[in-house]
Design a protein around this ligand. Structure first.
Ligand SMILES: [Zn+2]
Length: 310
């Protein structure tokens, strides 16, 4: 039995995991805990509570894995920075071990945790060299290389969203220009559609903007009705996402790329074109094209993946 902690922006969930299934879970509200600076304390309480409910001690658990939406140092077991929750230089492993005793605590980025889950139980199962790309507000993901989760020299995450793929029209959150996530995220799709409207093009989207905040779903809905602006926004997304993905396929000779995240809800609007564009840009064609698919990424991938980190 293992424990997985999924640190989300809304809820922080701790689950007891066995054979890829969650047996029991407890959670607390992230932002409340952030306000009174008690995130770590509450995680410890939740682990204790979960163990007590299931008549085990923390020491009997094989490992406790924590998935963090930010930069971590896997080797040291620390959170370097998690902006959304105001965590900075938090020695998670040592704090947990102080309270829970002699337990194995592993701290990993949440995209890596999701990659582990997808590799064990999803579309990446059985692959030796593959990649998960998650597309939501930003672009993230992880790699399985030579059969194992890849992590760099300091054990940090693969910053897929911040490779440069072109000349962007707005600055990325990281301070650079041209990052993949300024072309190929939900945020980028909406921003680009709005930019075209601002530049004078008319769109069905304008009525929706007048009513309030628009999301990728609005762009997808209008694209389905043949709206030119929205179709251009999707085309741009496909172009640059394919450049980014093809770069990785060409460098790493990947056998499979799984695409997940909120944007996949509209995959019927872009998936076939994306595969075509990727194949156009990849080498190694003699050995067959790299398979591209939509990730399964179950809702609980964060908890299960965190629990299964090694
Ligand atoms: Zn960036």
């Amino acid at each position: 039995m293992r424990i997985g902690v999924d640190i989300g922006g809304t809820n922080i969930v701790t689950g007891l995991v066995k054979d890829g299934k969650i047996l029991d879970r407890v959670s607390f509200k992230a932002q409340e805990a952030r306000r009174d600076n008690s995130i770590v304390e509450k995680i410890i309480e939740n682990i204790k509570e979960l163990c007590k409910k299931n008549s085990i001690t923390p020491e009997q658990v094989e490992s406790i894995g924590i998935g963090v939406p930010g930069a971590v140092n896997y080797i040291e077991g620390t959170v370097i920075e998690c902006v959304n929750l105001g965590m900075k230089d938090v020695p998670l492993r040592s704090e947990l071990r102080k309270e829970l005793g002699d337990v194995t605590v592993l701290v990993e980025n949440d995209a890596n945790a999701a990659t582990v889950c997808e590799h064990l139980y999803g579309t990446m199962k059985g692959t030796r060299n593959s990649m998960l790309v998650t597309i939501g507000t930003g672009v993230g993901g992880g790699f399985i290389l030579n059969g194992e989760l890849f992590s760099g020299k300091s054990g940090r995450v693969a910053e897929i969203g911040h490779i440069t793929v072109g000349e962007g029209f707005y600055e990325c959150g990281c301070g650079q220009r041209g990052c993949l996530e300024t072309f190929a995220s939900a945020t980028a799709i909406v921003k680009y559609a709005k930019k075209l409207i601002k530049d004078g093009e008319s769109s069905l989207l304008e009525q929706r903007i007048a009513k309030g905040i628009i999301e990728t779903k609005d762009v997808f809905d209008c694209a389905k009705e043949g709206d030119k602006v929205c179709l251009s926004a999707i085309q741009r997304f496909v172009k640059y996402l394919s450049i980014g993905i093809a770069n990785f396929i060409n460098v790493l000779d990947l056998e499979l790329v799984a695409i997940g995240g909120g944007v996949c809800n509209g995959h019927e609007l872009f998936f076939d074109d994306l595969v075509k564009e990727i194949n156009k840009r990849t080498l190694f064609k003699a050995s067959g094209n790299c398979k591209v698919c939509i990730a399964e990424l179950k809702n609980d991938a964060g908890i299960i993946g965190a629990a299964m980190i090694n």
